[in-house]
Design a protein around this ligand. Structure first.
Ligand SMILES: *Cc1c(COP(=O)(O)O)cnc(C)c1O
Length: 435
């Protein structure tokens, strides 16, 4: 490449030493074939998004803001049609007042469950924040308080579904099955869409009336298909993760069968009002444009994840998923076995950020956590985890979770900077020879 020298110069100015750059360039070279596959998925998903926008005749009139009740918000209503087309569902609810993934999941669950119903998770313990939504941990306003019971069947030790256990757990009152696609911040494997499809088919064979909901957080656009292509009645996610493309400043979505989505809308606003109200306050442009960018943003984040896995596996650290594994979400876990590793890694990610690069994250006690937590996020949108970010609890086995990256180059810089910080804290002494 004719500008290799310039590239080296600027990386040097950014504080990346030659050995780190050379090692990382070699890793990147080796990943080219996999990057090509990711680019192809992004290309396919990009066409899906453009087609959904064209089919729904998206126009600049849809970028206008509404206020107050938000009646006849054409932009909002059309955006929901676009999501429904994209995910091949009857309907969708895409709103700034679904304030997070947890909120969207809470709305979807509480709208579609009634006292006496049972909720079943056939894939083990759900995401932390859902423990209080469900009432696994006592909490005011939980589903449990409203008389909704909960059962859980764990995955088998090899990560597979415990079909016998699931069959035994399905009872007449089982009304809704919740399937979390991403491992989130646990060590179980992330499920592929195909696996989710098999699980849904199994549940529906036992009782076709059971509602199958998928927590789709971190999974959107990683594959060419989504769980609604394989029988999910509802998928739910956050717009400050994958489908917001980094541009949505807030929001969540629920897409699926019309009855499910309508019920969610009555829960979100009020019975009788549903989808008809809810001003978009000028956020529509960011939602459309973010969705438009999402397939390539997700590909960048995926490249960053396999790059981090390869870089750290190459240095002898344990990484989940392993460097060579197929990807079904954008999260990468790296285990350092030493608190200094988690801290240095997060400080490297922070130092590589376009925003707040000059601050140094430190571990801190946080509500809801049993150990201090360190978080790196130099993000344009607070808490956005489609932007390059990393966090980890300061407790054994000292694992850091890394995700996001609006561009692949930024993710690459973040990983290289993390190596610099690890070196500075003396943690790579032995691995250095391999560099
Ligand atoms: C992030 C996430 C959630 C919750 O989303 P928030 O926006 O943080 O409330 C739920 N489930 C999974 C799998 C997630 O990754």
């Amino acid at each position: 490449m004719h500008n290799t020298k310039k590239l080296r110069e600027i990386y040097c100015q950014m504080g990346i030493r030659r050995e780190v750059l050379d090692y990382c360039q070699r890793i990147e070279e080796g990943l080219r074939p996999r990057f090509a596959v990711m680019d192809q998925t992004a290309e396919y998903n990009q066409m899906k998004v453009i087609k959904a926008m064209q089919d729904n005749r998206v126009s600049d009139i849809h970028f206008a803001a509404t206020t107050g009740y938000g009646y006849n918000d054409l932009g909002r209503d059309t955006l929901e049609e676009v999501y429904a087309s994209l995910f091949h569902t009857e309907a969708a609810l895409v709103r700034p007042n679904l304030i997070s993934g947890t909120h969207a999941l809470h709305v979807a669950l509480s709208a579609n469950l009634r006292p006496g119903d049972e909720l079943l998770s056939p894939v083990g313990k759900p995401y932390d924040t859902l423990e209080e939504v469900i009432g696994i941990r006592e909490s005011a306003g939980s589903l449990k308080e409203y008389g909704v019971t909960y059962r859980q069947v764990d995955l088998l030790p090899d990560g597979g579904f415990d079909y016998e256990g699931i069959r035994a757990a399905i009872r007449p009152q089982t009304r809704l099955v919740t399937i979390q696609r991403s491992k989130g911040y646990m060590t179980r494997p992330t499920l592929s869409v195909a696996q989710i499809g098999e699980l849904i088919a199994f549940v529906k064979r036992i009782n076709p009336d059971i509602i199958c909901m998928v927590d789709n957080c971190y999974g959107e656009f990683v594959e060419p298909i989504e769980p609604t292509d394989l029988g999910a009645d509802m998928i739910v996610g956050s717009l400050i993760k994958n489908p917001g493309g980094g541009l949505a400043p807030i929001g969540g979505y629920i897409a699926g069968k019309k009855e499910r989505v309508d019920r969610a809308s009555y829960r979100l606003s009020a019975p009788g009002l549903g989808k008809e109200v809810g001003a978009s306050l000028g956020l529509n442009t960011a939602f459309y444009q973010g969705l438009f960018l999402a397939p390539t943003v997700v590909a960048s984040a995926l490249k960053g994840a396999i790059f981090a896995a390869s870089v750290y596996e190459g240095l002898g650290f344990s990484v989940t998923p392993s460097a060579g594994e197929d990807r079904h979400d954008i999260i990468q876990a790296i285990t350092f076995g030493d608190p200094k590793g988690v801290i240095a890694f997060c400080q490297g990610i922070q130092a590589a950020a376009p925003v707040d690069s000059f601050v140094t994250p430190e571990p801190w006690d946080m509500p809801g956590y049993d150990a201090p937590v360190i978080m790196a996020a130099g993000a344009f949108v607070q808490g956005s985890s489609i932007e390059l970010s990393a966090d980890g609890p300061i407790k054994p086995p000292y694992t850091v979770f890394f995700q996001g990256g609006l561009t692949w180059y930024h993710a690459k810089l973040g990983v290289m900077m993390s190596l610099e910080k690890l070196m500075a804290s003396g943690l790579l002494e032995e691995n250095l020879k391999e560099l």
